[in-house]
Structures are given as structure tokens and as C-alpha cells.
Design a protein around this ligand. Structure first.
Ligand code: TRP
Length: 332
């Protein structure tokens, strides 16, 4: 809680082009909190550098991610939208929390295991302690809820453990946050290999649909989506491809999966896949339009960054100064 209001916090890395998995699984839900919660949404550039980035691209994507936040409906007047590295308290608290997080806990993080396998030439210490930086992001704002995709659940569980441990030693320091994962949409699968999560870093472009893909590309990718044997359009563990498309269609149209099954009863895969593509393209068209308009105005995006960093730093400093006092650092 901050100022008597519940807090929602989440972050998106400015790396790679966001997919409809990121959108349906997380970002689309951020806006739901704007009315009732105090909301903080970060462009987490410090997380991004745990894998090698091209500097010019990182900078460009930082603007792009912020523009996308606004384009999907986050009003900068109602949400604190900011860039993580503009608020030094994140890195400071991360150092402190590193000393309250165990090596063994971090060794069990599945994302670390996956990423270190994928980037075997660069298993740096930052990649290992990345979840502690994420815990700092969340705990700095006394966060109540963290809307995320299911792949980040383990990191929020770790955040809760760190908060509990710290609060045991120094009572009433941090709010212990809850992860919120959308019931459907929390796990959008690859269109090419529907057993795997859709990933923005997938090298096969047909596996992912990007939020900013144009209409024809979106429809083409859905037409090529892998479906399963048989011809029925219904959800089933042995039909991962079709089940995934039903989830996507349902998220974009607001229909329940049962309604989708009824709508396409007796119709073929080809017709269904085209319908999913069109629904997705229709839903994303206004986002794309707004996004390109925003990107053309860097001055405006920088104003949003500045204002967001100011607000975020104000609240972050309060928590950080409490932490410093509790652990015995001299506050001047
Ligand atoms: N680790 C998250 C991801 O890769 C991004 C992130 C960083 C985040 N800090 C966060 C998400 C705090 C939620 C809360 O997707």
C-alpha cells in the first residue's frame, strides 16, 4: 500500500519485439488496475543487459517499449510509466537484497537454467542475481499485486520469500506481493511448436506473432500455424495447437472457449485459423496506429519518462531510506 492505496507493479524488458504472448499474458492486464490501484510499470533496461545488447538497439527499444505501454491503453497521467535505470534506488536495493537471498535459491530458478544454457558464453553474475533485481523493483513500491505471465511466477515467489525473510528480521519493512496470472492468456504457446511457450526471442518468425506485425503478416502466420491431427475445433491435451488458437481467439474476442468451440463446430481448421488471424489483426490495429504516432514524438516520450522517474523515485526513496535505517546504515 502507498498513500492508502493498493499498488500494482510490473515490468517489461526492452529487448526483442513483444509478442501477443507478452500482450495477452501481461501488458493487456496492466490497464485494468489503473482505476483502483496506484500503478507502476517499468521499462526494465537493467534487466535487459543480463544478456548482451546492442547499445543503439537497447536505447531504441526503451522508447519503443514505453510507446507500447501508452499505445495499449496505459495513460501516463494515471499510471507511473518510467525507465528502471532512471531510478537508482532499484540497483541500490538490489545490492542490499542480494545479501538476504541465498545462492541455493537462485540456483533453482528455471529461467536462469534456461538462459545460461542458451547463452553459455556469457553466464554473468547479473544473469544469476537478476531475480533479486526483480524483487527490488517490486518491493521498493510496497507492491500488493504483480500482473505477470506464468513464466515469471517463480521470480515473484522468490520475491515473497525475500520479503518474508527480511520482515522476520526487521518487522514491517515490505508488503509481501501476490502474483496475478490471467486465467487464460497467461500462457500463449508457439504457433510452430505448440508444446513450447511463445517466446519473443524465438528464431522461427512463424512461431510468434508480434504486437506490431502488420495485418497481412498476422493473418499469414495464423494460416501457417501448426494444428493437430483430426479436424475438430475443441480444446484437448492431445490438441495443443488447436487449444492454443482457441485461447488466442477467445482473448481477442472476449468470447469464452466454450463459445468459440460452439461457433466453429463442424467448420474446418483453415476457416478457423483465418478467423483467429483476423480477430487478432483487428484487435491490434488501433494499438499499432497509436504506437507509430507516439514514436514519432520522442520529446513527448522523454517527458513521460522524466515525470515517471520523478514519481517513482519519490516512493522508492521512502522505502530505501527505511531499509537503510533498519539495517544500520547511516542516513545523513
Ligand atoms: N523479469 C521480467 C520478464 O522478463 C521483467 C520484470 C523485471 C518484472 N522486473 C519486474 C516483471 C518486476 C514484474 C515485476 O518478463
Amino acid at each position: 500500500m502507498l498513500d492508502g492505496q493498493k499498488v500494482s507493479f510490473s515490468g517489461v524488458q526492452p529487448s526483442g519485439n513483444l509478442t501477443i504472448g507478452n500482450y495477452l499474458g501481461a501488458i493487456k492486464n496492466f490497464a485494468e488496475y489503473s482505476e483502483k490501484y496506484k500503478t507502476f510499470y517499468g521499462v526494465v533496461d537493467e534487466h535487459a543487459i543480463t544478456v548482451r545488447q546492442n547499445p543503439a538497439e537497447l536505447r531504441r527499444r526503451t522508447y519503443e517499449t514505453l510507446a507500447l505501454y501508452i499505445a495499449v491503453g496505459l495513460d501516463p497521467e494515471k499510471n507511473t510509466l518510467y525507465v528502471q535505470s532512471h531510478v537508482p534506488a532499484h540497483a541500490e536495493l538490489a545490492w542490499i537484497l542480494n545479501c538476504y537471498c541465498m545462492f541455493g535459491e537462485l540456483s533453482r530458478m528455471t529461467q536462469f537454467k534456461d538462459k545460461s544454457a542458451r547463452h553459455a558464453d556469457n553466464i554473468n553474475a547479473g544473469l544469476f542475481t537478476y531475480p533479486v533485481l526483480m524483487a527490488s523493483d517490486i518491493l521498493l513500491y510496497q507492491t500488493d499485486v504483480v500482473p505477470i505471465g506464468s513464466d515469471q511466477k517463480q521470480h515473484v515467489e522468490l520475491t515473497r520469500n525475500i520479503a518474508d525473510r527480511f520482515n522476520q528480521i526487521f518487522p514491517d519493512t515490505f508488503t509481501v506481493p501476490e502474483p496475478v496470472i490471467p486465467k487464460s492468456g497467461g500462457r500463449i504457446m508457439s504457433l510452430a511448436e505448440p508444446e513450447k511457450k511463445m517466446s519473443k526471442s524465438d528464431e522461427n518468425e512463424n512461431a510468434t506473432v508480434r504486437v506490431l506485425d502488420d495485418r497481412d503478416t498476422i493473418i499469414r502466420k495464423f494460416r501457417r500455424a501448426v494444428t493437430d491431427s483430426g479436424s475438430e475445433i475443441r480444446r484437448s491435451p492431445d490438441k495443443p495447437g488447436v487449444s492454443n488458437l482457441i485461447t488466442i481467439y477467445s482473448c481477442f474476442t472476449g468470447k469464452t472457449p466454450e463459445e468459440v468451440e460452439a461457433e466453429f463446430d463442424g467448420r474446418g481448421y483453415a476457416e478457423f485459423k483465418t478467423a483467429v488471424g483476423e480477430a487478432c489483426a483487428d484487435a491490434l490495429a488501433p494499438v499499432r496506429e497509436k504506437y507509430f504516432e507516439l514514436l514519432a514524438d520522442k520529446g513527448y516520450l522523454e517527458e513521460v519518462m522524466k515525470k515517471g522517474a520523478g514519481t517513482a523515485a519519490y516512493y522508492a526513496r521512502k522505502t530505501l531510506s527505511k531499509v537503510r535505517r533498519k539495517i544500520g546504515f547511516v542516513n545523513l
